[in-house]
Design a protein around this ligand. Structure first.
Ligand SMILES: Nc1nc(=O)c2c([nH]1)NC[C@@H]1CN(c3ccc(C(=O)N[C@@H](CCC(=O)O)C(=O)O)cc3)C=[N+]21
Length: 304
């Protein structure tokens, strides 16, 4: 055995989001089968894809495949990149009225001529499985638990609670303050009684903020942003980034965390791929089943 003057680098425990998500999807499939048996209702997810962004097309295919693997119905609506706002709103209106559709997801980003806020707010909030409608965002902001919660932060929270148990009193730093990840993540962690810091592009010293954290959630879209000296030893690091980069070995998907060096200091860390990505999709299925369950709850007693 080699002896050195240095303490051996501890290696972070890997948080296996892919395995956790697979377990979640298996449970969801059981719920779906029970719903079909008891009520004759198969939860259905509609995905609206506008334009031909190749990455979006891959994500949508993967969502559809996983939806169907869980025994749910899927409906894909593809519109050309030249589609108008009215074209998209017409599709949403039809899906809002369609009783076979319990969840609606409009894949983002939308082409530049279409305002995403207008489109997202046209979705029936009870079918808004992304949790992006202003009513659902507002409910979460006020700590209400009767709205839809965005899938990525929900997946992060599930992993954190599974790994750490109670999060009460922990110091959480969230890097990136989008409406899709950072802000809803902050609201969820606040609900768990964390002390929450949300950093953004004008934050003066993000590294100094991160170093105080028991939990760091990174959703900045910048490969390798978080370095070893940003992380308090033993902290839990959740990497939401999905960046396609070119390497000498060809294209590769990496997160926002410099994984090799940070995993030498963190207590626990999610990998990319195989971390939050699969959890996002599992939570999308979960939200769709919840939407179907609430739909059944609203049906006349004789039909339910
Ligand atoms: N309305 C809307 N809702 C979304 O939820 C949404 C969206 N728009 N636009 C795009 C982003 C991106 N996104 C991902 C989900 C799963 C993986 C995923 O499972 N990734 C795998 C790797 C996949 C690969 O190899 O390409 C992983 O991390 O292990 C990635 C990305 C959802 N998004």
């Amino acid at each position: 055995m080699l002896l050195t003057n240095h303490a051996p680098s501890p290696t972070a425990q890997l948080i296996d989001g892919k395995a956790f998500a697979a377990g979640l999807v298996a449970e969801i499939a059981v719920d779906v089968a029970a719903m079909v048996a008891a009520h004759g209702i198969r939860p259905g997810l509609a995905v609206v894809l506008v334009g031909d962004d190749p990455a979006s097309a891959i994500y949508v295919r993967s969502k559809i495949r996983k939806t169907e693997a869980a025994g749910m119905a899927s409906f894909a609506h593809r519109l050309p990149a030249s589609a108008s706002r009215q074209d998209v709103l017409a599709v949403i209106d039809a899906l809002n009225r369609d009783p076979a559709v319990h969840g609606i997801l409009v894949q983002l980003p939308l082409p530049p001529q279409i305002d995403a806020t207008t489109v997202l707010d046209a979705i029936d909030p009870s079918k808004d499985v992304d949790g992006f409608h202003i009513v659902n965002a507002g409910k979460l902001a006020n700590g209400r638990t009767d709205g839809m919660v965005p899938c990525t932060p929900l997946g992060c929270l599930m992993l954190l609670k599974a790994e750490l148990g109670s999060l009460a009193g922990l110091h959480a730093v969230i890097i990136g303050c989008s409406n899709i990840v950072g802000k809803p993540m902050a609201r969820l962690l606040l609900r768990e009684k964390c002390t929450v810091v949300l950093t953004h592009q004008k934050t003066q010293d993000v590294a100094a903020e991160a170093r105080r954290a028991d939990i760091v959630v990174v959703a900045a879209g910048r490969p390798g942003l978080v370095r070893r000296d940003w992380i308090k030893p033993g902290a839990t690091v959740i990497d939401v980034g999905i960046n396609r980069i070119q390497t000498a070995d060809g294209p590769k998907i990496v997160g926002d965390v410099a994984f090799d060096e940070v995993s030498a200091v963190a207590g626990r860390i999610t990998p990319v791929p195989g971390g939050i990505g699969p959890m996002t999709i599992a939570c999308l299925l979960r939200n769709t089943v919840e939407a179907a369950r609430e739909h059944i709850g609203r049906m006349p007693r004789s039909a339910a």
